[in-house]
Design a protein around this ligand. Structure first.
Ligand SMILES: NC(=O)c1ccc[n+]([C@@H]2O[C@H](COP(=O)([O-])OP(=O)(O)OC[C@H]3O[C@@H](n4cnc5c(N)ncnc54)[C@H](O)[C@@H]3O)[C@@H](O)[C@H]2O)c1
Length: 253
């Protein structure tokens, strides 16, 4: 590995995976660590974060598990405080937490809307707000928010699409406000990657998702994670307010 994040401290939210296999957050935490970062693996189900930590440590890299529900202010503050106490500061926040909602407008309840907005959008606001003072003390840093191509085009899953579009707006306003502090804020919009989050869709849908892209190959958590490594590293030092689309070309159609 190239040590592209050597000496950096990273927080990855949703660093576990909801099922067997590799989610976007888990893959990102693993690559951050392999690139030399110390990684706080945050999940509201600590055993999921611990699984990721175990993978990282088995390779001899540095990570710790931390239990937090990132829809809560106190938990976001505590997660940042833990990273600072453990490693002396924070350089990277990867806001990965997100849940799907698969209902169209007329089937979406008010409770579902509020829940998806809280987990997919408000969590990024709270975590980013919590980490800014720590990033400022380091002279800058990188915040990455995981959106989705669902937020970029008309998509039938109402609350999810709206929340993921909100993430892109959030990234732009933060990039403008935090740029003078040396803090870069970018989004990643993954396409139809095959992760535990969507594995209940079944093999037929898996094949349809694969074929729906110009490249015609299946994406995994690793594809999203490599984009995150770039945005976390100093290689992207002149990139802020952007949305990196990782979708095998799906949105070009
Ligand atoms: N798989 C896809 O096709 C796809 C496409 C576009 C975007 N995404 C985005 O990727 C991200 C999910 O990635 P993943 O593969 O790591 O998902 P995942 O569900 O496997 O893992 C996410 C982790 O987040 C944790 N989590 C959920 N709510 C939490 C909360 N409130 N506080 C703390 N932790 C919480 C879960 O316990 C889980 O371990 C989401 O933002 C999702 O919208 C996925």
């Amino acid at each position: 590995m190239a040590h592209r994040l050597k000496g950096k401290v990273a927080i990855v939210t949703g660093a576990g995976s909801r099922g067997p296999g590799l989610g976007n957050g888990k893959a990102t935490a693993i690559l951050f660590a392999r690139e030399g970062a110390s990684v706080l693996c945050v999940d509201h189900m600590k055993e999921r974060a611990q699984e990721t930590v175990d993978v990282i440590r088995a390779d001899g890299w540095s990570a710790e598990a931390f239990a937090a529900d990132v829809t809560r202010v106190a938990d976001c503050d505590a997660m940042v405080a833990d990273a600072v106490a453990r490693w002396g500061g924070v350089d990277i926040l990867h806001n990965n937490v997100g849940i799907e909602s698969r209902h169209a407008l007329l089937e979406t309840t008010e409770e579902e809307w509020d829940h998806v907005m809280a987990v997919d959008a408000k969590s990024m606001f709270l975590a980013t707000k919590a980490v800014v003072p720590a990033l400022e003390r380091r002279g800058g840093g990188s915040v990455i928010c995981v959106s989705s191509i669902a937020g970029l085009r008309g998509y039938g899953r109402t609350a999810y699409a709206a929340a993921k579009a909100a993430v892109i707006g959030f990234v732009k306003t933060c990039a403008v406000q935090l740029g003078p502090k040396g803090i870069r804020v970018n989004a990643i919009a993954p396409g139809m990657v095959w992760t535990p989050m969507v594995s209940d869709l079944g093999e037929e849908m898996r094949e349809r998702r694969r074929r729906a892209t110009p490249l015609g190959t299946e994406g995994t958590g690793w594809d999203v994670a490599w984009g995150a490594v770039y945005l976390a590293s100093d290689e992207s030092r002149w990139v802020t307010g952007q949305t990196l689309i990782i979708d095998a070309g799906a949105t070009t159609r």
